[in-house]
Design a protein around this ligand. Structure first.
Ligand SMILES: *Cc1c(COP(=O)(O)O)cnc(C)c1O
Length: 404
């Protein structure tokens, strides 16, 4: 089963709250979370929602209610998590390229710290020694089917500490008496081959031998979700079975009981999100037919930024004859959402919906072209509720200081 909002609901929300509008489906998020819990029921697992995907405070509160923990990449996300009611022990702070003060701020708030830089590790050890536990973010340089080689966690990545620097890490841990309780890796996004995680796990098990106080191994995220009808999704059941098996074997061999952590972002919220826009103009040129909508990459940047594919449907003319369109936004720069896409005939005023809009949609929006950010609506128990007002003109001037 896969929960969805109906076209009727989406049209009614677009009429009530206006367009463009982001719509999130609470029960779909819960469904995804339950799938993970079920898949890993034979492991001692903990799931930290990687909230950079979508941080509306209501989404954070909902994650807390359904039993998720929280992964944060900035101190502000940590503070949002605390505001949403998460206990510090259920927050993991995984920043990259921040200064030592930001790490210390995380420590002062009592959250789990994930350190991904040798120099920070050393400073932390010098200052806090054994008094505050840390997790170390590693770059495992994984290659499918192989040993400690390069591919997914590519060698040029700015993230993590290379596993080839293990001796250096060990020296710091020993000389500063650091308390290392976790090892972490996060190698990328859209990983559909579960063996990548298992290989990562084997690398982590190997490295775990060097740390006596270890309590957990964190395999990060990168679970793939389907973007098109026939798209595969990471097989979490298969992964869950393999992880349980690997942990059981490890425990048998070493007598150590470790917890497994994951940090799903996209997996929890991508499919729960819809972005509804209105077709402003249909423009026939010599080469193509453009459907120009009342939005742009300032609201949904993934197609322009990552060449991401978002399925689009014309929800107000579902029986219209299918035609090929290039769907574009109103930003004064190349602003294409979709090339040569088959849609039911688009008429000016029709509502188009973008699917998979929950992750990295609103979150990456901006006011480019002095356009206003859209509203966000949460549907729970069939009831749509406004959870963010759309920007108004004054928001554009907020924080500006007129000195002329
Ligand atoms: C972005 C990120 C995630 C989430 O990745 P998804 O592909 O959205 O699941 C998890 N962990 C860390 C450290 C991240 O930076």
């Amino acid at each position: 089963m896969s929960l969805k909002l109906s076209t009727k609901q989406l049209i009614s929300i677009a009429n009530e709250f206006g367009t463009p509008v982001y719509v999130y489906h609470a029960e779909k998020i819960e469904e995804q979370f339950k799938k993970l819990k079920e898949a890993f029921k034979n492991s001692n697992s903990k799931f930290f929602y990687a909230c950079k995907a979508l941080t509306n405070i209501n989404i954070l509160k909902w994650m807390k209610q359904i039993g998720a923990s929280l992964d944060c990449v900035s101190i502000n996300e940590v503070m949002l998590g605390l505001r949403a009611g998460f206990e510090p022990k259920d927050i993991l702070f995984t920043p990259n390229c921040v200064d030592f003060e930001e790490i210390e701020a995380g420590k002062n708030l009592g959250v789990n710290l994930n350190i991904d830089n040798i120099s920070i590790l050393e400073q932390f050890g010098n200052r806090y020694a054994h008094s505050y536990p840390v997790c170390i973010r590693l770059n495992p340089h994984i290659m499918a089917g192989g040993n400690y080689k390069i591919s997914t966690g590519h060698v040029d990545s700015k993230f993590g500490i290379s596993i080839h620097q293990l001796r250096h890490i060990e020296r710091i841990v020993k000389t500063t008496n650091l308390n290392v309780t976790g090892l972490h890796m996060h190698t990328g996004s859209e990983i559909k081959d579960v063996n990548v995680f298992i290989e990562g796990l084997e690398v982590m098990f190997e490295i775990a031998r060097h740390f006596q106080n270890l309590e957990f191994i964190d395999l990060g995220s990168g679970f793939k979700v389907p973007y098109q009808h026939d798209d595969p999704e990471t097989d979490v059941n298969q992964l869950g079975a393999k992880v349980a098996e690997a942990f059981a074997a490890y425990e048998k061999e070493t007598g150590r009981k470790l917890q497994i952590w994951f940090e799903p972002g996209k997996y929890l919220v991508s499919e729960a999100g819809y972005f509804v826009v209105k077709a402003n103009v249909v423009k026939q040129t010599t080469a193509t037919v453009f459907a120009g909508v009342n939005s742009g990459f300032n609201h949904l940047i993934r197609p322009m930024f990552y060449e991401a594919f978002h399925r689009i449907e014309n929800i107000t003319n579902p029986k219209g004859a299918e035609r090929i369109y290039t769907v574009v936004g109103n930003i004064c720069e190349t602003d294409t959402f979709a090339w040569d896409r088959k849609l039911n005939e688009v008429r000016e005023g029709d509502f188009l919906v973008f699917f998979n809009a929950g992750a990295y949609g609103f979150e990456m929006s901006s006011n480019f072209n002095s356009r206003l950010k859209p509203a966000e609506v949460l549907v729970k128990d069939g009831e749509p509720k406004l959870i963010r007002k759309p920007d108004v003109f004054e928001d554009l001037l907020r924080n500006q200081i007129e000195v002329l």
